[in-house]
Design a binder for this molecule. Structure first.
Ligand code: NAD
Ligand code: ZN
Length: 358
């Protein structure tokens, strides 16, 4: 059976296209008392950028902390607060930020129309009702959340996406000027999330021509950016934003692999952020992705990136086993990499050996 996949609805694209957001939302503000819920990355608090947000008096704007990755309890709290402040539903939930804020927007919009806690819906196709309109506006590129069918949340028991046809955003604004302020090494780590998605998706059994074509172009752009000496130019910001979009789309038609399976385990115990965690893991995966890891190391060298070491050094043996447990639950990722006989290749011992090197 093939899934009838849902992609992001409309895309406004171009340098400074953000300034047309008022017109885009204007089309939705039909009733006199309609309002928009803006979720904005804490980086922008107090910055001039805030004045460019087309905020009407009845709108709600919340600054979102992103020190920790998105949590189901924060999603639930935002929805409860907004419901207590306004009678109707927002005409759009607008997420302005990185993967974290975009995922908050994608999850929050679903919880206005689905009962209970967002943690009940972690997994594939648990959402029953269409959410309210959602607009995502990336201000850092690589995660691919702007286009993906999932919103990754940490709940009381698991870190897992709410995934399905109701999850992709309705409106995307791709304005490369918005990512100019992202500092290194954060810019590199998030961009490498995209690089790793592309390498993982093309090296596996669920590879498709559609996924591979999108991923190949995304990889070409990333290599152009990070194998040159000036990765931070405006031209490269634009290429990075498009690489992230294509890489995110490519994943819809393939699957991630060993790096994401191991880094989910690593993050569950250490709380390490997704982009950085993936870099730390990928650096040790020559065995699975020899070409990809070689180029990754070259990109780190050219961009003066030094990864932290000893990430698992202070973990107890029990914690290492817990990481392995989480990693082994991601069966579809391992099947993509190794095929149906994956358990013969991916042993606890192999994973332990890799984790202890990080
Ligand atoms: P992020 O959203 O966590 O942001 C990283 C840092 O960059 C934050 O400190 C933020 O304040 C800062 N930042 C954002 N924009 C900035 C700007 N313009 N200038 C300066 N600083 C800026 O980072 P991310 O890597 O984009 O997202 C990671 C999250 O995305 C994780 O929670 C991960 O689980 C999730 N993710 C989701 C998907 C998906 O398909 N939904 C895919 C991959 C990752
Ligand atoms: Zn990722």
């Amino acid at each position: 059976m093939f899934r009838n996949l849902k992609a992001v609805g409309r895309i406004l694209y171009g340098r400074n296209s953000f300034d047309q957001l008022g017109d885009v939302l204007g089309e939705l503000r039909i009733e006199k008392d309609s309002y928009v819920l803006f979720l904005v990355d804490e980086y922008f608090q107090g910055k001039d950028f805030m004045k460019r947000i087309p905020l009407h008096t009845q709108d709600i704007l919340k600054i979102i902390e992103v020190k920790d990755e998105p949590k189901t309890k924060t999603v639930d709290a935002i929805v409860a607060e907004v419901k207590s402040l306004r009678n109707g539903l927002p005409v759009s939930v607008v997420g302005i930020g990185g993967g974290s804020v975009m995922d908050y927007a994608k999850a929050t919009r679903l919880m206005f129309t689905n009962e209970g806690s967002s943690s009940q819906y972690q997994g594939l196709d648990f959402i029953k009702n269409k959410g309210v309109h959602c607009t995502v506006i990336p201000t850092i590129s690589g995660a691919g959340a702007e286009v993906s069918m999932t919103t990754v949340l940490t709940g009381p028991v698991k870190k897992l996406g709410i995934k399905g046809n109701f999850t992709p955003a309705d409106q995307l604004v791709l304005d490369p000027a918005l990512i100019a302020s992202v500092p290194d090494p954060q810019r590199f780590y998030t961009a490498m999330d995209c690089y790793i998605h592309n390498i993982e998706s093309r090296n596996g059994h669920r590879k498709t021509v559609m996924g591979d074509s999108l991923g190949t172009e995304s990889l070409r752009l990333l290599e152009e950016i990070f194998l040159c000496n000036d990765s931070h130019s405006p031209e490269n910001d634009e290429k990075l934003m498009i690489a992230s979009y294509l890489g995110g789309l490519s994943l819809t038609y393939a699957e991630v692999g060993a790096c994401h399976a191991i880094s989910y385990g690593l993050a569950t115990v250490t709380g390490i952020h997704h982009g950085l965690g993936n870099c730390v893991v990928f650096n040790q995966l020559e065995e699975f992705y020899p070409e990809g890891v070689k180029k990754f190391k070259e990109m780190m060298r050219i961009n003066n990136i030094v990864l932290p070491t000893g990430v698992t050094a202070n973990c107890t043996p029990e914690e290492i086993e817990q990481m392995i447990d989480v990693s082994l639950t991601l069966v579809f990722m391992w099947q993509h990499l190794c095929g149906p006989e994956w358990e013969k290749i991916i042993t606890r011992e192999k994973l332990r050996g890799l984790l202890l090197k990080m």
